[in-house]
Design a protein around this ligand. Sequence first.
Ligand SMILES: [Zn+2]
Length: 177
Amino acid sequence: MNIKQPPRLRDEAQSGNPSVGIAYCPKCHSAYEKKSWKHAIVKARKLLYGPAKKNGNIKSVLCPACRMAEEHLFEGEIIITNVPSEFLSDLRHLILRFAENAKRRSPLHRLLKMERVGTGLRITTTENQLAGRLAKKIVESFKHHVTLNVVFSREPYEKEFVRLAFAQKGGVGQLDS
Ligand SMILES: [Zn+2]
């Protein structure tokens, strides 16, 4: 039986796809060239209309991040429980801001999903270290007002599973920025 392997971002980005020299993701418009995915509306346009296109060397290929989103795969997961309602909006904004910055730096570093689960949130990312960094950022931002129990796990399959649990320390303060 052929078991499908989830796409590995780093492997994919570093080793590249030998059958593809230059590619363009039709979904997010990232461009793959010189063995890495780059951001790229401008870059992709150049590729699409530039000499490579004329030579017929550019292919339309879903980038690993878009493929993960499509196949509901992820490498990093954070589950935050017991979020006090007064922190929920700040927390969401912090996560969205973090995700925006991460994606700006690399088109493959993305927040895949943020969903409400009970009194908390579940977040998935395309990359395992991204989940770890986001968790640290959340801890940093909320540490003066809440106690966070953080459990990092690297098992299995090199995914990162992070669990954060808010536990209030008496008074409620403002979010540190
Ligand atoms: Zn894409």
